[in-house]
Write a protein that binds this ligand. Structure first.
Ligand code: KIV
Ligand code: ZN
Length: 554
């Protein structure tokens, strides 16, 4: 019988014969999304969720690109020990990159160094200014050097799909002979098509596999022409066993292959692909939300799998069909991606033990200090909101990811607004050991609070503080739903994201503003240069170790 979707158990369809490994690069390629800059703490939070999702490999960063990236890769390597996941650090084909990468990942239980060099004529001539022979030599020498550390080595031929297939074949032969364990064929600029990619992969695999049967083939696709997922899925049909992807398809320009689409494609159409992966699909929705929250990059409503409309049926005919038989219009079940109804979990009288137990069931084990903080927030929320759902708890956990000491905190605020009233806000904030207060008028109550907050900490109009983005949404439904405010502040060429949740949307906005101010004025690592300044997005290190635009891998 042909697939009609919604596999319910492993017995309803033939068991997939093969496994494909999921290589997540949200923390490396995904972080190259314009405007995104994750702190070490945020990267750790995402890495822990990737472990719950059961990815096989986490590419945690590009250690030589900045001290912050190095720290993050090292912290992830240490934090996920015992989970069985491989932690990977990116490096160019240079000894100093490889040394730095190895230093950052050496504490991982499964370290992998990912080295890359471009093989296309346009990259070799204009970017690298290297001849073919020099590229061949660098591929061989640096693969051998990376392998001498004892780490697993992945070798990528950057821009492989615009390279001469014969040249990529020669480069791969040299890398495989020098000890590469994985050979990656990136579609760096999202240029190829499924049929063309298939031909290239078959050509390369037929040449390398007989001499190196243990070498794995991998794909890494960008989405410039909207084909990243289609190209990656095609690769599976020719026997590629690793897919590189990001949560929500984040990444440079139009992004990378979207993990949730690949995983649900393999799962839903497993009798077609005859391949599966180890991902716990029920963690998909939560992973997507966490990444949205921490990066501030929203998911479009009609995005496959994780968009808010992905499981919504609008037309009467569709609704009628789904009520009669879900299979009519649903090829996947919402609960398979973790969208089960947001069940009531706890209430006002729930104690600390029940709270910890519920978090553990959701997959969270918190340190005692963090548990204390989240429990205190939960109690505050329980006073204002009758039913506390799993989604509410997730929102509190996400909100509580802090990057370090926050010197500014909101003590209280008061607003006057309404028909005929001039919106006015009074705020009281704590800055270090001092308490400051200020009152301001605004175009609305939120604007008045923002102005008062900025002025209270000494940032008058002349400071050039700009609200670059602001959005407000409900976390769950219902009158007492939590409101979530996300905003971005810019000042002096730096940008910082802030997010706040509360049942009061003005309070949520004020909390988000204070969080962004802390990041903007505090650690330089968690606020990023703006795109106009040549920020982390698109930047890579030059020979001198400075950030420079335009040389980053995609
Ligand atoms: O897109 C690309 O080519 C990359 C490589 C580093 C794999 O990101
Ligand atoms: Zn890339």
């Amino acid at each position: 019988m042909a697939d009609i979707g919604r596999p319910v158990t492993t017995t309803d369809q033939p068991k997939p014969a093969k496994q494909v490994e999921i290589f997540d690069t949200t923390l490396r390629d995904g972080e190259q999304t314009p405007g995104v800059g994750l702190s070490v703490r945020e990267k750790l939070e995402i890495a822990e969720q990737l472990v719950r999702l059961r990815v096989d490999i986490i590419e945690a960063g590009f250690p030589i690109s900045s001290p912050g990236d190095f720290e993050a890769v090292r912290a992830v390597s240490r934090a996920v020990q015992g989970s069985g996941v491989t932690v990977c650090g990116l490096a160019r084909t240079r000894q100093e990159d490889i040394d730095r990468s190895w230093e950052a990942i050496r504490d991982s239980e499964r370290p992998r160094i990912h080295i890359f060099i471009a093989t296309s004529p346009v990259h070799m001539k204009h970017k690298l200014r290297l001849t073919e022979d020099e590229v061949l030599q660098a591929a061989e020498d640096m693969t051998r050097y990376a392998a001498s550390t004892g780490a697993e080595v992945e070798f990528s031929a950057e821009d492989a799909t615009r390279s001469e297939p014969e040249f990529v074949r020669q480069v791969f032969r040299r890398a495989a002979a020098a000890g590469a364990h994985v050979l990656n064929v990136p579609d760096t600029v999202g240029y190829t098509t499924p049929a063309e990619y298939k031909t290239l992969l078959e050509f390369l695999m037929a040449d390398i596999m007989p001499a190196h049967p243990k070498v794995k083939f991998s794909v890494h696709c960008h989405n410039d022409l909207g084909l990243a997922v289609a190209n990656s899925m095609t690769a599976v049909t020719v026997g590629v066993t690793q897919i590189e992807c990001t949560i929500n398809g984040l990444g440079e320009r139009a992004g990378n292959t979207s993990m949730e689409e690949v995983v649900m494609g393999l799962y839903t159409r497993r009798s077609y692909y005859q391949t599966n992966c180890c991902i716990d699909t029920r963690q998909i929705a939560r992973s997507s939300r966490l990444v949205t929250t921490l990066t501030g990059i929203p998911v479009q409503p009609n995005k496959a799998i994780v968009g808010t409309n992905a499981f919504a049926h609008q037309s009467g005919i569709h609704q009628d069909g789904v009520l009669k038989q879900p299979l009519t219009y649903e090829i996947m079940r919402p609960e398979d991606v973790g969208l089960a109804g947001s069940a009531l979990v706890l209430g006002k009288l729930s104690g600390r033990h029940a709270f910890r137990q519920r978090l553990a069931e959701m997959g969270y084990t918190l340190t005692p200090a963090r548990l204390d903080r989240v429990f205190a927030r939960f109690k505050e929320l329980a006073d204002r909101k009758r039913d506390i759902t799993q989604r509410d708890l997730e929102a509190l956990l996400e909100d509580e990811v802090v990057d370090g000491p926050e010197t500014i905190s909101l003590e209280s605020f008061h607003v006057v607004a309404g028909n005929g009233a001039i919106p006015t806000a009074t705020v009281r904030v704590r800055v270090g050991s001092e308490t400051k207060q200020e009152a301001c008028l605004g175009t609305g109550p939120v604007d008045a609070v923002f102005r008062a907050l900025a002025r209270a900490i000494g940032l008058g109009d002349e400071a050039g503080l700009k609200l670059a983005d602001y959005s407000l949404k409900a976390v769950t439904s219902g009158e007492d739903a939590l409101g979530e405010a996300t905003l971005r502040l810019e000042m002096g060429g730096r940008t910082a994201l802030g997010r706040g949740v509360s049942t009061d949307v003005i309070e949520a906005s004020a909390l988000a503003y204070v969080k962004a101010l802390n990041r903007l004025l505090g650690s330089a690592e968690s606020s990023r240069p703006t795109a106009a300044e040549g920020g982390a997005s698109g930047g890579a290190v030059s020979d001198a170790g400075r950030l420079e635009r335009g040389t980053a891998p995609e």
